[in-house]
Unconditional design. Sequence first.
Length: 231
Amino acid sequence: MATGRDMRGRAAKPGRVAGTGTRNTPPRRRTGPLHWFLFDSACAAASTTLMWCAPVVPLPGLARGAAFVVAALAIPLALLLVPGFLLRRVKHRRTPRTAVAALVVALPAAVVLAVLTREAGEERALEKRGRWAEAVVVDVENGRSDTCTLRTRDGRAISPPMTQDCDADLDEPGDRLRVLYDPEGAAGPLTDEITRVDLDPGAYATGVGGLAALTVVAGTYGCARLSRATA
């Protein structure tokens, strides 16, 4: 195979145009909207899967905590950091405000998606394997959200602590409550004064689906717009 030669008759180095000293590099391929759509869809799917399976399967305690960190923190940050990492070496022009606004929308949407999916998963876990028990309030913590520590009448601890139906102004240590709890400890207990809890995990479908769609659409638009502006 013939190679180019410079003015002194020597073979030119591969990757350089003879006589110019410049590299003959192929043009950089731009990441298109389809790539970003697949990336954001994978992030949304991973978040909902982790948050649903954590209480429903259920995953072990440490794994549930790690799943929440990944779904509510790592994945939303990835929606911002991955496009920034891939585009870091591209010559930047003025960043479009619409791209920034879209990514700002995608970030909280992904966080709320993880939280709402976890709530749906916990209701499904209680619907699937929940048990009724007469519980005694052991401790009430009044913080950013009221938390009641419970145990059954025979002394068995109910885990995790109750947050959804706990009211520090009404509940106090020694109070007796009838609760539906998860013996696996993956879903928070619920109370019901009429001896019945109307569990409906399907009621979350619209919210979860809407947030997933918003995350994907906003993330795809923001990344694709940024990609075009920096190409």
